[in-house]
Design a binder for this molecule. Structure first.
Ligand code: 3PY
Ligand code: MG
Length: 254
């Protein structure tokens, strides 16, 4: 259960997949590639609770860490999906320390938070006894707050100071929309780079995990050079776009 956390401490970025397609067979295939974790996206993807329950089991079956992104402000969902056995929950649009505290309360047990007791399924995912799961899960799982608005960047020092919050995850699309006040995103464009650097510095100063979304390999490599600890590599749409385009570009039917 500790593998994801251990990988974070090797000095190399941890690559993870970002999935909105909820079919467990698809997730198991994705998890079979060179990712350390697979994120199941309830905010913009097609995951309902049953999809998350089955998806977590599929990813864990491949020995990879399941992560779940909840919808905005859904601390009840954060608590519920933890009972399905992920090794991390990602909360979008965390704009203040108050948001971060509510998030931590939902996903960590006492004394750090107020997570309610119901761990049987989650323990079973890892073949653990319930007491062992209860003892280990807070340290083995990540509560990651997405920093993706101007307000969040302004409050980032207070957000990363929240006890029990394990780290931040940069959402570059929404961040650029908020910074530029332009609904057409410009992920990691010139207007966002100061904010991206400020978030990374604040999290590192607080000894918290830095994570970020990268739609392209170019952005992923740029984030690795900035010392980001966990980097998502593309998402279903880009996996299909690149894979299908590569197939079709080599077709010559005469
Ligand atoms: C963003 O870029 O805003 C994200 O939330 C990544 O999916
Ligand atoms: Mg976003």
């Amino acid at each position: 259960m500790k593998r994801l956390i251990n990988r974070l401490n090797t000095g190399h970025p941890v690559p993870f997949a970002w999935c909105g397609i909820s079919d467990p067979r698809y997730l198991e295939m994705v998890a079979g590639y060179g990712f350390e974790a697979v994120l199941l996206d309830m905010q913009h993807g097609f995951f309902d609770e049953t999809g998350v329950l089955n998806g977590i089991a599929a990813v864990a079956a491949r020995g990879k860490a399941p992560l779940v992104r909840i919808p905005v402000g859904r601390w009840d969902t954060a608590s519920r999906v933890m009972d399905f056995g992920p090794l991390g929950v990602v909360a979008p649009m965390v704009n203040s320390a108050v948001d971060a505290e509510a998030f931590v309360a939902a996903v960590k047990y006492i004394p750090t938070g107020e997570r309610s007791y119901g761990p049987r399924q989650a323990a079973m995912v890892y073949g653990m006894s319930v007491p062992d799961y209860m003892d280990g899960i807070d340290a083995a799982s990540l509560a990651l707050a997405m920093i993706e608005t101007r307000q969040a960047v302004a409050a980032v020092d207070e957000i990363v100071a929240v006890a029990g919050l394990d780290g931040v995850l940069i959402g570059p699309g929404d961040l650029s929309i908020s910074i530029r006040q332009n609904r057409q995103p410009d992920a990691y464009g010139p207007d966002s780079l100061d904010a991206v650097n400020a978030v990374i510095s604040a999290a590192k100063a607080a000894e918290k995990v830095t994570a970020a979304f990268a739609q392209t390999p170019e952005h992923a490599n740029m984030l690795a050079a900035l010392g980001v600890d966990m980097i998502s590599i593309g998402e279903d749409g880009s996996y299909l776009d690149r894979g299908l385009a590569a197939h079709l570009s080599e077709i010559d039917f005469g």
